[in-house]
Design a protein around this ligand. Structure first.
Ligand code: SF4
Length: 386
C-alpha cells in the first residue's frame, strides 16, 4: 500500500496573486492588481512548471489543474491557455482532468466565457461570498448580488461544474437571514457549494477592527448552530457535505483538486508563495515558492532554476499532516496509512472515546468524523496526532 503520492491524485496549483481590491478579511498572499504587466509573472510560472518537471520527472498525468489566488479570472483566456498547454505538453491531461478557475463575478460578466472554456477550463469556482448587497459591502467586495446571479446564470450552461463560495456567520447574522440566503443560493442550481464561516485573522483589516472592538465576531456556539443549519438545508436540497465546508450534488461534482490535498496526493504549486507536496519513493517533500511576486520572478529568471524551497518531511510530520487532512473529507482516512509512517498505532482508547462521544466513526481501519465531530476537526486531529 502506498501511503501518499500520485496514487491519491496528481494536480497542479497555479497561484495568481493579484486582486482588483484587497478584501478586509483576506489573509492570503495577495497584492493590488493596478496596471501591471502580467507577462514576466506568466513566463516565470511557465518556467516553474518546467523546473518541477525537471526536478521530479513527469511519470504521471495531471488529474487536475487549479487556478487560485488572488483573482486568476483577471488573466486573459490566452494566458490561461498558455499555462494549461504547457502543463499538458509536459505531463499530459486526460479527458476527465478537472481544470478549475477561481473567478470573481465582475470578471466573469466582462469575460468571453467561451474563450475560457476553449482554453480548457471546465470548472469555475465563483467567489460570490453573499447574495445580500449590505453583506457584500461589509465584506468589501466590489460586486453586487445581481452581478453574482448573472455571472452564475451565464456560466452554468457552459461549464462541466460550477461552485459557489459563500461566507456566513457574519456579525449579527440571524439563522433566518442565513437560511433565506442559502436557499436563494441553492435555487441558482450550482452543483457545488463551498460555505465558509467568517474567520477574523489578526493581520487583516477585520483583525485590526476586532482588536479595537469595532467588530464583534459571532460567538462559537452561534457559529456551530449555523453550521448545523447549513448542513440541514444543503442536505434537503440534495447537496451532501463531503468535507467540512464543501457540499456537492454527487461525487461527480466534488472538487477533485481539493480531494488531492485531503487524500495525501501529490501536487505542484507554482506562482508566488504557492505550496506543493511531491513524493519520491518513500520521501515526501514540502515545497514553497518565494512569496513576493518580484522575488518569484527574479528567482526563475534563468531557465532550469528550481526556485521552491524544498523541505523533506519527517515520517512523523508526514503522518500528522496525513491525519489532519484525511479527517476533513467525509470518506475519512485509513489509520494504517498514518500508522505505517510512524511504526506506532494511534491511541485506540482515545479513538474509542471520540467514537463514544459521537464525534468519530470506525469502519475497519477507516476513521471518519461525524457531523458533530466536523465542528471539532482541528482539536480531534491534534489530540489523535502521533
Ligand atoms: S478577492 Fe479573494 S483573494 Fe482577493 S483579496 Fe478578496 S478574498 Fe482575498
Amino acid at each position: 500500500m502506498t501511503v501518499f503520492g500520485p496514487d491519491y491524485g496528481f494536480g497542479l496549483y497555479v497561484h495568481w496573486p493579484y486582486c482588483s481590491k484587497i478584501c478586509p478579511y483576506c489573509d492570503f498572499n495577495v497584492y493590488a492588481a493596478k496596471d501591471r504587466d502580467n507577462a514576466p509573472l506568466i513566463d516565470a510560472i511557465l518556467k516553474d512548471i518546467s523546473a518541477h518537471h525537471q526536478r521530479f520527472g513527469g511519470a504521471h498525468r495531471l488529474d487536475t489543474i487549479y487556478f487560485g489566488g488572488g483573482t486568476p479570472s483577471l488573466l486573459l483566456a490566452g494566458d490561461i491557455a498558455r499555462i494549461i498547454n504547457h502543463a499538458q505538453s509536459l505531463y499530459g491531461l486526460g479527458e476527465k482532468s478537472e481544470i478549475t478557475l477561481e473567478a470573481n463575478p465582475n470578471d466573469l460578466l466582462g469575460a468571453d466565457l467561451k474563450s475560457l472554456h476553449d482554453a480548457g477550463v471546465n470548472r469555475l469556482s465563483i467567489g460570490v461570498q453573499s447574495l445580500r448587497d449590505d453583506a457584500l459591502a461589509f465584506l468589501g467586495r466590489d460586486h453586487d448580488a445581481r452581478t453574482a446571479v448573472q455571472a452564475i446564470e451565464s456560466a452554468l450552461p457552459l461549464f462541466r461544474s460550477i461552485s459557489i463560495d459563500l461566507i456566513y456567520a457574519r456579525p449579527g447574522q440571524s439563522s433566518e437571514d442565513w437560511s433565506n440566503e442559502l436557499n436563494d443560493a441553492l435555487q441558482l442550481g450550482a452543483p457545488h457549494l463551498s460555505l465558509y464561516e467568517l474567520t477574523i485573522e489578526e493581520r487583516t483589516a477585520f483583525g485590526r477592527r476586532a482588536a479595537r472592538g469595532d467588530l464583534v465576531p459571532m460567538e462559537d456556539d452561534a457559529q456551530a448552530d449555523l453550521y448545523e443549519l447549513t448542513e440541514d438545508i444543503t442536505r434537503s436540497a440534495g447537496l451532501l457535505a463531503y468535507e467540512i465546508s464543501n457540499y456537492a450534488a454527487s461525487p461527480d461534482y466534488q472538487s477533485q483538486h481539493n480531494l488531492i490535498y485531503w487524500r495525501g496526493g501529490d501536487w505542484i504549486g507554482v506562482g508566488p508563495g504557492a505550496h506543493g507536496r511531491m513524493s519520491d519513493g518513500n520521501a515526501r517533500f514540502a515545497l514553497e515558492a518565494p512569496r513576493r511576486p518580484a522575488d518569484y520572478v527574479s528567482a526563475l529568471e534563468s531557465p532550469g532554476t528550481f526556485a521552491a524551497l524544498e523541505t523533506a518531511l519527517s515520517p512523523l510530520d508526514a503522518a500528522r499532516e496525513l491525519l489532519a487532512m484525511g479527517l476533513r473529507p467525509a470518506e475519512g482516512i485509513d489509520r494504517h496509512r498514518v500508522e505505517s509512517l510512524t511504526g506506532c498505532s494511534l491511541d485506540s482508547e482515545l479513538v474509542e472515546r471520540f467514537e463514544g462521544a459521537g464525534w468519530l466513526t470506525q469502519n475497519g481501519p477507516v476513521l471518519a468524523l461525524t457531523r458533530a465531530g466536523r465542528l471539532l476537526a482541528d482539536r480531534i486531529a491534534a489530540e489523535l496526532a502521533p
